[in-house]
Design a protein around this ligand. Structure first.
Ligand code: FAD
Length: 552
């Protein structure tokens, strides 16, 4: 048995466990991460890093490495039942990372493992968790090393990132509610392609026989992903749903030509797979000192490519809460908000992907005609495109209706408490540097934005200054604050402050819907924790006292 009592043990070094472990290291938390496999995976599985996940990679410090081994996905051409119905421009206006990027899960895991190394952590490969127990003060996990020896690791918290067939979830007795998709199989190939359709964009085909996507990958490869009616198969399926009867390249190519109505040739494949999928969710993500994240908590049909992305965001949500709790900067109640915030996200994801699956994969004649006729009109509606892209890119995930740790008192017409904090280009007065608001959020702190609004007066400036001084006095270690002024010069009353952001172009005021003075408090995970007006100083202080320890 290890003598030391560790802060946190992470089981599973897939993309979710690697994100969590690197975040814990960034916060300076003593953690270990183990995985039963010999190393990161070498297959490309989850291809896409959506916009919100790239913002997470920015926050954790791994975005440059991820971008350097990816290609952007800028446009998707949509064909339904033999007709082109439009083009989707995959772009989120306010993000520094406006397009999803394609790199493959193998590269994502490699980037995350390198990032973990840079932060001083390392994965203990070939180390399998085989049993565990918890009491009021700790969790004890029995692990087996490659040479067969066993060790008991004791920690304050255990995080199960051990994938869809999570031993930990099963032993906790959590339900994994949902079911299998019967009658459908997916075949896919990562390969080079020769065809006449335009390069530089990806292609979605809806046909009577099935659904197909052709996505451009790095190294001149494409991912061909096809759904087909299932044949009675006795193939065994592994823990990720992949079966042992991988298709031949010819089978994928024949299906591609039949569904796409094109003459394409696939060659030099790097991966061929056939799998069946399920949609399931654990009934809760926490039991005492044990938390589930990623596929251990939720799996779904990979139509929008959101499984890994949602799991990485689970880890990002949990990491700062664990760090703040372990470091005594927050009350342990903070940890309850993980379940409250992330279970509804998984629930909505499963409901959304299940609905899309049923609409896309099994349309009757009537629906097919409706898509052919109305599709071009619907796809061209800006409001529809924006909604679709914001959902796919996971920038509209919000905790406003579910979180016990967000508080909204109005004060502006823009994003509310629980929403993703918008980005904007802005000038920092201190050095006249043009920066992104995200630059102000980066770190391990909370960020208080004190907007002076369009009609600032000496009196409103004075009130904002007193709020800022009060917050700094009590929480100077934990909260960075900035005045956001809609001018190129600071107002008289604030001219002595060294934390002024000049919003001369009004980008930030517009994105946050600010007319008159108001407050936005941004959490370390770049979601809005508190919104209020200039009269809400006491409410803000009460809110902070509920969550944070004074100068913890
Ligand atoms: C073919 C395919 C295509 C996909 N496409 C997409 C996509 O386009 N977009 C998307 O977002 N998602 C996609 N997914 C889903 C994505 O791969 C998963 O959501 C992602 O891998 C989940 O990451 P994870 O870290 O939670 O779990 P995993 O990646 O499964 O990692 C779990 C880790 O835990 C380890 N482990 C398990 N048990 C133990 C134990 N007892 N002790 C120690 N270690 C243990 C395993 O070895 C593994 O390394 C796809 C999946 C498949 C199969």
């Amino acid at each position: 048995m290890s003598a030391e009592l560790l802060d946190i043990l992470v089981v599973g070094a897939g993309p979710v466990g690697l994100t969590l472990a690197s975040e814990l290291n960034r916060y300076g938390i003593a953690c270990r991460i183990i995985d039963k496999d010999p190393g990161t995976k070498t297959i490309s599985k989850a291809l896409i890093l959506h916009v919100r996940t790239q913002e997470v990679f920015d926050a954790i410090g791994a975005i440059a490495a991820a971008k350097s081994v990816s290609v952007p996905m800028r446009q998707i051409s949509l064909r339904a039942y033999g007709k082109i119905i439009g083009h989707l421009h995959a772009e989120i206006a306010d993000s520094p990372y406006p397009h999803p990027i394609i790199l493959g899960q193998d590269r994502t895991e490699h980037v995350l493992e390198e990032h973990l190394h840079q932060l001083g952590g390392r994965v203990e490969w070939q180390t399998e968790a085989i049993a565990f127990e918890q009491d009021a003060t700790q969790v004890s996990v029995t692990v087996r090393h490659a040479d067969g020896t066993e060790e008991v690791i004791r920690s304050h918290y255990l995080i199960a990132c051990d994938g869809a067939h999570s031993m930990i979830r099963k032993q906790l007795g959590f339900r994994f509610e949902g079911g299998k998709y019967e009658g459908e199989q997916f075949i896919q190939a990562d390969a080079k392609i020769r065809w006449t359709l335009p390069k530089g964009i990806s292609h979605l085909f809806l046909t009577r026989e099935g659904y197909m996507m052709v996505i451009e990958m790095p190294d001149d490869l494409v991912r061909v992903f096809i759904s087909l009616p299932d044949h009675p198969a006795d193939a065994t399926v592994d823990e990720h749903g992949a079966s042992d009867d991988a298709p031949s390249l010819q089978e994928v190519q024949d299906a591609l030509n039949a569904l796409g109505g094109v003459d394409a040739e696939l060659y030099d494949p790097t991966w061929l797979a056939r799998y069946r999928t399920s949609h399931r969710r654990a009934d809760r993500f926490r039991d005492g000192r044990i938390f589930l994240a990623g596929d251990a908590g939720h799996i779904h049909v990979p139509l929008g490519g959101q499984g890994m992305n949602t799991g990485i965001q689970d880890a990002f949500n949990l990491a700062w809460k664990l760090a703040y709790t372990v470091q005594g900067k927050a009350t342990p109640d903070l940890l309850d908000s993980y379940n409250a915030e992330r279970v509804p996200v998984a629930e909505a994801l499963l409901a959304g992907t299940d609905k899309s699956y049923r609409i896309i994969l099994h349309p009757n004649e009537l629906k097919q005609n409706a898509v052919r006729l109305l599709g071009p009109f619907i796809v061209n509606q800006q409001v529809v495109r924006t909604k679709l892209m914001h959902t796919l890119e996971e920038v509209d995930i919000s905790y406003r209706d579910t979180s016990p740790i967000v508080e909204d008192h109005g004060g502006s017409g823009g994003a509310g408490a629980g929403d993703r904090a918008p980005n904007a280009t802005i000038v920092r007065l201190a050095d006249q540097e043009t920066i992104q608001l995200f630059d102000a959020f980066r770190g391990t702190h909370w960020t208080l934005l004190l907007f002076t609004g369009q009609k600032a007066t000496a009196e409103t400036d004075q009130k904002l200054l007193s709020i800022q001084q009060k917050v700094s006095k009590v929480y100077s270690q934990l909260i960075h604050s900035y005045f956001v002024v809609p001018d190129l010069l600071p107002p008289q009353g604030l001219s002595g402050s060294d934390s002024i952001l000049m919003d001369g172009e009004h980008f930030a005021h517009e994105r946050y819907g600010v007319a008159s003075a108001c407050l936005y408090l941004i959490r370390p995970d770049w979601y809005i924790g508190f919104r209020g007006g200039i009269a809400d100083r006491d409410r803000l202080m009460d809110y902070l006292a509920r969550i944070l320890m004074i100068n913890g």
